[in-house]
Design a protein around this ligand. Sequence first.
Ligand code: PLP
Ligand code: COI
Length: 341
Amino acid sequence: MAKKDIDWGNLSFGYMETDYRYVSNYKNGAWDEGTLTKDANVVLNECSCVLQYAQTCFEGLKAYTTKEGKIVVFRPDLNAERMISSAKRLRMPEFPKEKFLDAIQQVVRANEDWVPPYGSGATLYLRPYMFGSDAIIGVKPANEYQFRVLTTPVGPYFKGGVKPLTIRVCDYDRAAPHGTGNVKAGLNYAMSLYAIVEAHEEGYDENMYLDAATRTKVEETGGANFLFVTKDNKVVTPKSDSILPSITRRSLVQVARDYLGLEVEEREVYFDEVKDFAECGLCGTAAVISPVGKIVDHGKEIALPAGMTEMGPVTKKLYETLTGIQMGTIEAPEGWIVEIK
Ligand code: PLP
Ligand code: COI
């Protein structure tokens, strides 16, 4: 066994086929035992529910090499729980938590050589996903499902790594009140593609979505939650029933309070307040914490005082503490780090 010959330091956030993926099938009301396979292709009936009605949900987490050379994953129990809530909302069978955690162990162990080395800046991204696989033509849930976990080594989600981003206030809505914004349904991402392509064409890195009902409150971006820092160093993060409950954001709230001694407010955040914040960051598994330097609202620019050259001081401390915990240089709260054995 030897690490793959990859230029780990120059990876982007892209797909690279690795050796193994985990597959389990649901049929006649039960999940099978699950197995690893070398086959990266999925063969489906032309009328499968995922192809016709987008019955699919997914998760995202990362495997890291610690300073001591162990391979670990970050809070996979929370991904398992969130996938159960996504599955329920889409009328899919739950993939049991214990099975989910076992699948993560198996697939990371099998792809050990693809886990980037400590200090390379790269990680192994794990993508658990589930979809309705049998043929369905009337609108109803599938009877059969497949759960899979693919892995791919990745670098930073945003080009330029930790260079502050420019985002725009988006005219399209991401999620309706009482809709599916609080689960990780594939459909939430399909409907964001128009907006992200348009944002990129206009030179922006991401979209800031506002609440669909009043368009006055900050929700999230297409793939990350917001964290703001006030001028007196308070951390503020939007609370809403239509955003994804980010595991990174929930962890950063705890890091801010318990490691950095900062005050944290989880509450509705009005867009009108944004001009008064000192720092802004996008947080998520893929984004880690990516600093935002500028927010553009239909030609009106809000330049965050933290600037366009580096992360603001509080964002930087949060970033360093969280990544220190993930890479094993800072002691983690109980249960956050799970070793691959
Ligand atoms: N919000 C959206 C819409 C996402 O897709 C993600 C990524 O999973 C997040 C937030 C961040 O969530 P997490 O920190 O659990 O990765
Ligand atoms: C993640 O952070 O894991 C996500 O799923 C976000 C996705 C848009 C890449």
